[in-house]
Design a protein around this ligand. Structure first.
Ligand code: SF4
Length: 247
């Protein structure tokens, strides 16, 4: 990794929303993905085609293996002679916080379907209104804000269970080393930021549409439970410094 060009590990504690990220130019993962897309486009291949993706994964594995063999050689380690240790599995699926996160995911999914329909209807209505009353163009800014709030809720409702799962799992593994506790706090911080942004977006929707008020409120109650749970379970997230974002 070119240390001066990229921020080491920045992608470990981000929200993976690269289109909205201000640090794409500092992120090795983003650079690699752009390179991958360009390579496939140059060959006239569809980068998200299943076979193409599988081929890319295979190449990544090959690259990792090469690196591993290089380390093996340089450090004189025999990977075939490592002691056999039973790997203990940690599974936080039944943790109450995990259940709250999954509950939020399910309620949010239905809510998003409703907002999508309301936005589509409003888009059609607004286009007609603008034809009759040109000054109605001003309402376009409101609609854009609603669409942006929809995107925020949509992006984070799936990210939240993933990050909370990782945070809980790392916390369970914390006796295995310092990294695990730190990883738990970092993942919890990403979840906490996602919660805060989702709450703000939900408030925008709450104020916008009378018919969506009740369901927006239900979701706000659910996500507040999640916020309190993350705070209680991972107090260290407040002081965790994400590479790049909090430097
Ligand atoms: S740091 Fe930014 S550019 Fe890199 S993977 Fe995360 S969101 Fe994407």
């Amino acid at each position: 990794m070119k240390q001066d060009k990229y921020i080491p590990g920045i992608y470990n504690y981000c929200d993976r929303w690269c289109e909205r990220c201000l640090f794409g130019h500092k992120c090795l993962l983003y650079a690699k993905e752009q390179k991958r897309l360009a390579r496939h486009q140059a060959k006239g291949e569809e980068p998200y085609d299943w076979n193409t993706v599988m081929q890319d994964i295979k190449e990544d594995f090959d690259e990792t293996l090469k690196l591993l063999y290089k380390i093996e050689e340089e450090q004189g380690i025999d990977l075939n002679a490592l002691p056999e240790e039973e790997y203990k599995k940690y599974d936080p699926s039944n943790h109450p916080l995990m259940k709250t996160a999954n509950g939020y995911l399910n309620v949010a999914r239905k809510f998003l379907e409703n907002i999508r329909k309301t936005i589509q209807k409003e888009g059609v209505d607004l286009t007609r209104r603008i034809e009759i009353i040109p000054s109605a163009k001003g309402d376009m800014a409101t609609l854009k804000e609603i669409i942006s709030s929809y995107e925020v809720i949509s992006w984070y409702h799936t990210l939240l269970p993933v990050k909370i799962h990782r945070a809980l799992k790392s916390k369970m593994e914390r006796h295995t080393g310092e990294f695990s506790q730190s990883d738990a706090d970092g993942s919890a911080k990403v979840a906490y930021i996602a919660i805060t942004k989702s709450m703000n977006a939900l408030k925008v929707i709450y104020d916008w549409d009378e018919d969506l008020k009740d369901s927006a409120l239900t979701l706000l109650v659910e996500i507040e439970k999640l916020r309190k749970g993350v705070d209680k379970e991972f107090p260290g997230h407040h002081t965790f410094k994400r590479p790049g974002f909090d430097d």
